[in-house]
Write a protein that binds this ligand. Sequence first.
Ligand code: GAR
Length: 187
Amino acid sequence: MSTIKAAVFASGTGSNFQAIMEKNNLHCEVVLLVCDKPCAGAVEKAEKFGVPTLLFEPKSFASKAEYEAMLVERLTEAGVTWIFLAGYMRIAGPTLLEAFETKIINIHPSLLPDFPGKDAIGQAFEAGVAVTGVTVHYIDEGIDTGPIIAQEPVDVFPGDTEETLKKRIQTVEHHLYPEVINQLMRK
Ligand code: GAR
């Protein structure tokens, strides 16, 4: 059986990328990290794991369709069939969505459909909810929309700060995302 090849897309510190890479017996091979920001911590982590990085600057392209066409070409060359968004803070357009239909998943730090978009943890904290959580979902053309695959709740405690809440949410992310990936890769 040939190994499924995947790419992780990240714009941030890359802790979810790291969790995927450190999963024992991951049922696919991460062959590329795609990053839209040169300073993202994820790039350093990719070096550590020996994963090639595709770094691109969206502003240097005339349009989203243009940079996504470049991404599709590079991903196809690398044999990638699945994409895991891990803190990639851009909305996918039709070029990427059509090329990888039903093969792009995302992790988001809230119980969607609550608190989509940026700073979901801050949004939940400000709203004063007693429970928030983590969602893994297929993506579509919306902001953190698309069919939900798995969710895990996280309690908000009375003494929580945004930082303590974030830490607990990220701990859940780091076990949930690699587990969901393995379930999907087994199918
Ligand atoms: C994660 O908490 C992820 O859920 C979130 O960005 C963070 C990236 O952290 N994604 C979104 O908010 C998507 N809308 P990381 O770079 O340490 O993995």
